[in-house]
Design a protein around this ligand. Sequence first.
Ligand code: FAD
Length: 460
Amino acid sequence: MDYQVVVVGGGPGGYVCAIRCAQLGLRTALVEKGKVGGTCLNWGCIPTKALVSATKLLERAATAEEMGIAFAPPAIDLPKLAAWKVGVVSTLVAGIETLLDRNGVELVRAEGRLDGPGRVALSDGTVLSTERIVLATGSSAIEIPGFSFEDPRVWSSDDALALTEIPEKLVVIGGGVIGLELASIYSRLGSAVTVLELLPEILSVVDLDRRTVATLKRALKLQGIDVRTGTAAQSIEDGPDGPLVRTDGDAVPADRILLAVGRRPNSADLGLETVGVEPDRRGTLPVDGTLRCGSDEVYAIGDVAPGPMLAHKASAEGVALAEAFAGGEMRTFDHASIAQAIFTDPEIASAGLSEASAKEHGHEVLVGRFPYAALGKALGMREPDGFFQVVADASDHRLLGAAIVGADASELISEAAVVIESGLTLEAIADAIHPHPTLPEGLKEAAESALGRAIHSVNR
Ligand code: FAD
């Protein structure tokens, strides 16, 4: 055998799995047809968040006058902004290439395809033999009838992140996480943005309470983003002043149309039939509790496997698998408890169950909330909008879920995630002394509120 493990796909699932395998002494190759870091580093998490942080400066500069500090109207140098984003991505990609090298992973730059049990055929004709194969091939944006990425008027998230222009009118089809993050970025850059969402509510694939979503919707409206739910985008028409997106009730002018209606696992043309694996209708590879798909030593992690399409979920599966390969116990994951963040303004972050889901699961719950407006730190940051929410089991106070809407929610949710994953209680948060004045005090206050012993809000 050439290798003990061959990982196909070098995104946050695959490269992390390969590094951990090599650290644990397994002879490992990573097969990547594009750039290491995958979608996350190159066209996903990192470029979006670089642009979120850059464009938030525009908003802060515009409103700093309220704090007594005035700037001249900012100028946007789009090529420079794009180059800065590319610089961030390139630095991280180079860092991962170094880590792969230093840990002894063999990076094979080729397209890989299964060629029967224990064999990965490469695009250059070589075949690697291996004890185990990990499929970490990720996912790709999907199209809907009437809208094709071949049409230059239609953007994928990759096109939107290329930053070639700031369209005057941008129509975003899809009110999910990716659509709303890019809608917020382009709105701050100056586009007039309309979001069309087929379902009755935005962010419907994320387990969030109505109050949480309503807070974001209000904020998006104030930012001038026109969110239309229950609206089906049907086709593109040529209007007198440019393209129009025909919906079931209207026609919306659009210079560019960003299609962000979801992603499909990359499971086609992987030679799955050679190992007897069949993806489901959506293209997801079925796995058992050990992330194995099929009877041979073939495993799947990340977006191509079941569960939320999140970089940290992919990486966690990669590490768990590597440790199990090296003889450790397989760690299993409850997909519902995985924390996630939405980088809109305000940010939303959640971990575990919403109040509604906790009740659906049969829990009698204690719920505590605390507003940003009552936190000294938030007021000093001029960030009074939003709230912290915790949901616990009423019988033993075990934390079941948390949601935060507001400034830096993505940074704040990890405390709740640790408590939920460790099976700890409201008291674990409420009794821990949090430094003052800080935003994490909001989570402590919410936990105290759930316990009926809040100091800075009225107990009900
Ligand atoms: P990927 O990152 O997609 O990597 C798969 C890799 O496999 C690719 O490099 C591809 O070239 C390679 N590959 C595919 N087929 C083959 C083959 N046959 N041979 C060799 N190589 C192959 N997630 C978050 O957690 N936080 C975020 O903020 C976030 N923001 C996002 C923003 C956008 C715009 C997008 C599109 C996604 C975002 N995501 C975010 C989702 C995140 O990017 C994915 O969940 C994550 O990248 C999945 O990791 P993966 O390793 O499964 O696959």
